[in-house]
Design a protein around this ligand. Sequence first.
Ligand SMILES: C[S@@+](CC[C@H](N)C(=O)[O-])C[C@H]1O[C@@H](n2cnc3c(N)ncnc32)[C@H](O)[C@@H]1O
Length: 346
Amino acid sequence: MASTPCAVNDHRAVVDYLEHIYKNVGSGFGNDHPSGNCDSSNLQYGEVTYDGMGSVYDSFGLKPTDTFYDLGSGTAKLVLYVALRGKGTRSIGLEFGERRHALAETACKNLTAMLEKGGTTAFPALDAPCADFQVQLADITKQRYADANVVMMSNVCMDMNTQLRALDCLLKSPSMKRLVCITAMPPNARLKLVKTVRVACTWAKISSWHVYDVLPPTTSEDRRLERAKVALERRQRTTSQGVVGRSSSMPARSSTPTRSGSIPKTAVLELLVGGKAGGDSQRVSPVSNSDKAEPSSGTTSADRPPRMRRSNSNRSASLVSNVCADRKSSKGARRVAPLPCILVGA
Ligand SMILES: C[S@@+](CC[C@H](N)C(=O)[O-])C[C@H]1O[C@@H](n2cnc3c(N)ncnc32)[C@H](O)[C@@H]1O
């Protein structure tokens, strides 16, 4: 069943609310002092304008269950904007300037009071409920971010050390999927730049902000697999111009190996591993994603060598790496695959 799109409040209606909320709240510009022993050189201030918020909001790609963070949230205008647009379950702002944080708290109280009134003639109730919001007096480099999904890092005036330490904390969170920064982050294997978005701010009519997808961490298994794939591709290229060898004991297949030497996307991986002492080959069928899938050889899980009992969704691939590992390290081992491991086009 298709999911119903979450209602999102109109940008203009939300800006009307914000203008009212911030009428009696002081400015974030001007002197401040950082909480704790934080470095005061990062206290410079600037704000995204209301128009700019409208431009950057879409790039957050918020889903109804997401938690949004603004790191370096100043007086929390962006935090409250996101909450008022109504998508995402929570919007959280972290700011270490004590004065700005106090202003943000006042703004939050104003919004709460407005919402409790439940709509007036001047401010009709919004279509979608306002998401939860909160502001914290906190140093962004010392947080856990366990629930963070979408994060705005207002890094325009932050030193690189602060940015990298905050990024380090963010990347520990398994739920992170999007990071938007004002200035580009240094290259990082887990950050994929998807686009830049033009945003109006107080320091520039238009500034290009950077939108990153946060990629899942690579495990050592992934890296081993990648190395094994490269080795197989290299071997395939050097074997008969791409026609890979077939073991005489391998059952015939109707498929034709690729001539180009590259592994077709639809390739079915077949590994011949040395069978019982007599040298019978044992064929491993393409492995389904189901952990319950059994190899077609009819062996039970207890019969199978340990490498066939993995409950990894990428089992066929990890089999490659394991077999290759076996080849390197198993002097006299019984279950050594005859060279080469065989890839057959599906
Ligand atoms: C450019 S302002 C952005 C304000 C707000 N996000 C906006 O766009 O309207 C950056 C803010 O980051 C805050 N900041 C800098 N380093 C910080 C840190 N380590 N922890 C928390 N806040 C920090 C500064 O005090 C400043 O208020």
